[in-house]
Write a protein that binds this ligand. Sequence first.
Ligand code: GRF
Length: 220
Amino acid sequence: MEKINLGVLVSGGGSNLQSIIDSIESGRLDAVIRVVISNVPDVRALERAKNHHIPAVVIDPENFRTREEFDREIVDVLKNHCVDLVIMAGFMRILTPVLLKAFPMKIMNIHPALLPSFQGLHVQQRAFDYGVKFSGCTVHFADEGVDTGPIIIQAVVPIYDDDTADTLQKRILKEEHRIYPQAIQFYAEGRLEIDGRKVHIKNYCTMETPCMHNPPLEKF
Ligand code: GRF
């Protein structure tokens, strides 16, 4: 199978980047990371790229007059590296139409909550404070909104009584590392069909997922 060319956008630790690298290296993900772009210098994600001999570039927003000019530079770097699919992996910037139009429905993002609940920032803390019994994570295509694009895959993560926002964040992150490579592999296999807000996955196993309850039901 032909491999797709990825460009990964990062701003921080890069654990999602690492899970994508590991999935590629273990042969489960048919992709090649052509370039990693960070908007922040000296972050761990850049080190991870270097450790795996992946070209990595810092594009500092300070050097651009407008958000559009910054995005134009990102587009140029992605195009120069023949990127097919753009992966936002902890990339803490809102995209302008310059980037969205250059890669229409070819930009994925991961969000550490069950969208459309808890869009925006500090969402693990907010889910924890709200008292929801389940949160989770979502991979979706990026559009002009913040965390609003068509949803590809979600994982549900329970919240227990003895959790803290920190333990919840760790449990969610573990699932992020599973669903992001899976979403990219669906794309690589040409199995994602976008129909308005809905993303259909061709030929997927429709085995019924049982409903979950938290706390567990006792008599019902
Ligand atoms: C993840 O929780 C991701 O969902 C969010 O930022 C965090 C980045 O983690 N957008 P990492 O940089 O991939 O470790």
